[in-house]
Design a protein around this ligand. Structure first.
Ligand SMILES: Nc1nc2c(ncn2[C@@H]2O[C@H](COP(=O)(O)OP(=O)(O)OP(=O)(O)O)[C@@H](O)[C@H]2O)c(=O)[nH]1
Ligand SMILES: [Mg+2]
Length: 377
């Protein structure tokens, strides 16, 4: 365990001692970093300063085999004559100091000091599979690095063990939200929030059924979605089918009154959907959270929103302090890498996975091994 995803800054970094160097930088390219350096040394000799590195990944839009073309670039400057006036040892010491500083700056900024790492050949097939399933390169590389760190190369020599090592590495990085069993006499309040049509009401109904079945406690439902026509009826219908108390409210105080009055152990509250740019709506939700102080706030996002939109949504919904994530519409995509991106970008543990429209089926508490299997096909 302990696989930690971090957001990485730009891969391309300039050498901190760049200003000491004379002459233009030369760029060399190779299939590996070593090959790029070999080209540089063949052209300019061995006395080189490496001032930058880069790895480029290109996927052909027209290629039928969907293979990934990647190469490495190294930017070098030959040693300048005038800075050689310093004794070599001092130069080497200065150089080392700047490298140490660069590494610690990168670590401080959440960057990746090991950016020259090559994916071992034995892990390349599952690594490329992760990329094709939509996992961002930076996260796929971290997963591969974790898999490599957990095994000796000879243990990964055949395809199935390399594949299994990657599945395990994916599972190691998946954090799931925990929920302590509810005590007698305790009342827990759960809120679902999220953008329009994400699957909040459906997920709330599924969660209600799941809690009733697994905890044998009473569950009550509240809808605060008084704006959308038929929104209240949608949840009320589920409440009637599942024989649960139900109430509707249009202000934070009325919701709080219902929470106090409803005779149930779990109170599940549905909220209206709005886009992340609707600040007024977020203010109303924040007031609700301030008044209720819920035990759990589940942000609901469809898997296909992973990426820029999910990051923006999570950033805006942060005012209502979500502490876990329900991912919906997992059945509507054939690329499940978005699960990794959501987890790594949003840094919220998963609570539930929703895999279809059927209530109460198609809904599972998040499980790292199961999620890893979904991602790895
Ligand atoms: N395929 C699929 N459809 C889903 C899933 N979850 C919800 N839906 C469907 O998505 C649509 C919207 O679901 P709702 O639960 O009403 O979404 P909501 O977030 O409450 O919507 P608003 O309240 O209008 O913001 C419905 O047709 C659901 O059946 C899922 O996991 N898979
Ligand atoms: Mg709804």
């Amino acid at each position: 365990m302990g696989h930690n995803f971090m957001k990485r800054n730009a891969f391309w970094t300039a050498h901190p001692g760049h200003h000491l160097l004379q002459g233009p930088a030369h760029c060399f390219r190779g299939r590996s970093m070593k090959e790029a350096l070999n080209h540089a040394e063949a052209a300019l000799g061995r006395q080189l300063w490496v001032v930058g590195t880069n790895r480029t990944i290109a996927r052909s839009r027209f290629s039928t085999d969907k293979s990934i073309d990647q190469w490495y670039e190294v930017e070098v400057v030959p040693h300048a004559a005038d800075i050689q006036t310093k004794p070599t040892e001092t130069l080497a010491h200065d150089h080392l100091k700047t490298v140490h500083k660069a590494v610690s700056d990168l670590e401080d900024s959440g960057g990746d000091p090991l950016r020259l790492w090559d994916v071992p050949a034995c892990l390349n097939t599952p690594y490329q599979y992760l990329i094709r399933s939509g996992v961002e390169v930076v996260y796929a590389e971290r997963i591969a690095r974790h898999a490599a760190a957990c095994h000796k190369p000879r243990d990964l020599s055949d395809d199935s063990s390399a594949w299994q090592a990657m599945i395990d590495a994916v599972a190691d990085g998946i954090s799931v939200a925990h929920r302590a069993p509810i005590e007698d006499g305790e009342k827990r309040v759960i809120l679902v929030v999220g953008p329009t049509g994400a699957g909040k009401t459906t997920s709330l109904a599924k969660m209600a059924a799941h809690l009733q079945l697994t905890s044998e406690k009473r569950v009550g439902l509240i809808s605060c979605d008084m704006f959308r026509i038929a929104a209240v009826e949608q949840l009320d219908t589920y409440a009637r089918i599942m024989n649960m108390p139900f109430a509707a409210a249009d202000s934070a105080q009325i919701v709080a009154d219902h929470v106090a009055e409803i005779d149930a152990d779990w109170i599940l509250i549905d909220t209206p959907g709005r886009g992340p740019l609707d600040d007024n709506h977020l203010d109303i939700l924040r007031e609700l959270v301030d008044v209720l102080n819920p035990d759990e706030v589940h942000l609901v996002l469809p898997i296909e929103s992973a990426g820029r939109w999910a990051r923006l949504t999570a950033e805006k919904f942060a005012v209502v302090r979500p502490d876990r994530l329900i991912v919906t519409k997992i059945d509507e995509t054939d690329r499940h890498g978005g699960l990794i991106n959501l987890l790594a970008d949003l840094k919220l543990p998963f609570s539930y996975m929703s895999t279809g429209q059927n209530v109460p089926q198609d809904f599972y508490p998040a499980d790292p091994d199961q999620i890893a299997s979904i991602i790895m096909g």
